[in-house]
Write a protein that binds this ligand. Structure first.
Ligand code: DC
Length: 228
């Protein structure tokens, strides 16, 4: 099953919920782009202006960037590993968040990660979330969801989340950032964010997390029953 959609609209919450319900594996493809970005930062492949694409390509080709997910039984969730190190916390930080978009537009990075995603999903029984899963990674997925919410609603959720963490935030700035990310994600040359023709659109501006999971689980159950 593929879950694509805009930034900050709860894709991973939905994907995790549905994976748990069916005992499927959950793969967060955004975390993979974030892990490559962390590698770039930690190996000085970014000088503050430009990413050293030549060196990055060499390291990818030589297999020096290994990404995998391992289940943490205490937290009951999968965590991201980069070269055998748990990087789950680091990849969510501001430094990685600020550089991940330019890393995710590099065509050879996308090629490499898409190959890895296809390998991870080849046995089925998987829920994968991202931007290009239904259109490019698994165009034959049994169920495709395209999740969105109004930009203002997404900005408000992000604002509330950061405020709850005690961060000093400005709503207008976050709103602007949400709109900018939408633009970059949907206008890049390689595999831009777009709704697959056979994807089901869900706008969750006015529905709860529980309601959206119930809708998707019901859809998935119908498909599973049909294939029995
Ligand atoms: O979902 P996220 O915010 O963790 O994604 C991080 C970045 O990676 C975001 O800029 C979009 C990009 N991304 C992508 O281009 N393709 C994917 N399949 C997943 C994420």
């Amino acid at each position: 099953m593929a879950v694509d959609g805009h930034s900050s609209c709860g894709k991973s919450t939905l994907a995790k919920d549905v994976a748990k319900h069916f005992c499927y594996k959950y793969i967060d493809t955004g975390a993979m782009y974030r892990a490559v970005t962390l590698y770039v930062i930690e190996n000085n492949l970014y000088d503050g202006k430009k990413i050293n694409e030549e060196a990055l390509k060499k390291d990818l080709d030589e297999g020096k960037i290994k990404i995998d997910f391992r289940y943490n039984p205490e937290l009951k969730k999968p965590e991201t590993y980069l070269n055998e190190k748990n990087v789950e916390k680091k990849i969510r930080g501001i430094e990685v968040s600020n550089l991940v978009s330019p890393v995710a537009v590099i065509p050879f990075v996308r090629r490499e990660l898409v190959d890895l995603q296809r390998e991870m999903g080849k046995e089925g029984g998987i829920v994968m979330d991202g931007r290009d899963i239904g259109t490019n990674v698994f165009p034959d997925a049994d169920l495709k969801i395209f999740l969105t919410a109004d930009a203002e609603v997404r900005a408000q959720r992000r604002y509330d989340e950061l405020k709850a963490k005690g961060e000093d935030v400005n709503f207008e700035e976050i709103f602007k950032n949400v709109k900018e990310r939408d633009y970059i994600d949907s206008h890049r040359e390689t595999n831009p964010l777009r709704q697959a023709e056979d994807a089901i659109l869900i706008n969750n501006s006015n529905i709860s997390i529980k309601e959206q999971s119930e809708i998707v689980i019901e859809l998935a159950e119908k498909i599973l029953n049909k294939s029995k």
